[in-house]
Ligand binder design. Sequence first.
Ligand SMILES: [Zn+2]
Length: 108
Amino acid sequence: MDFSNREEVKSWFEEIDNKGWWTLIDIIYDNKPAHVEIREVWSKYAGLRVSYHGEDEAFEELVNSIEVVSQKMCEICGQSGSHSYIDGWETTLCDQHFESSDAKNKSR
Ligand SMILES: [Zn+2]
């Protein structure tokens, strides 16, 4: 995937049902300094992670804040959510998406 292409990254997140984080992805790309190159954007431990090349203190702070916020934001719809286990996967879901999940094993 071409991580310099925001739309490609967003359509990938839509494919994995993480469209709820689209706003966060926009914030990352809207605030990326010109000298910073995004290497990867992915979901890990129920949070949105960004790896990039180049040094920038403000961007580093932003990326860290985004990770914290994503852990409180439903990855499906973007509503306020919390840490959830769905069939062993760590995810962040709002109450509605947690309740409506038909997974055999789910907990919070
Ligand atoms: Zn939701």
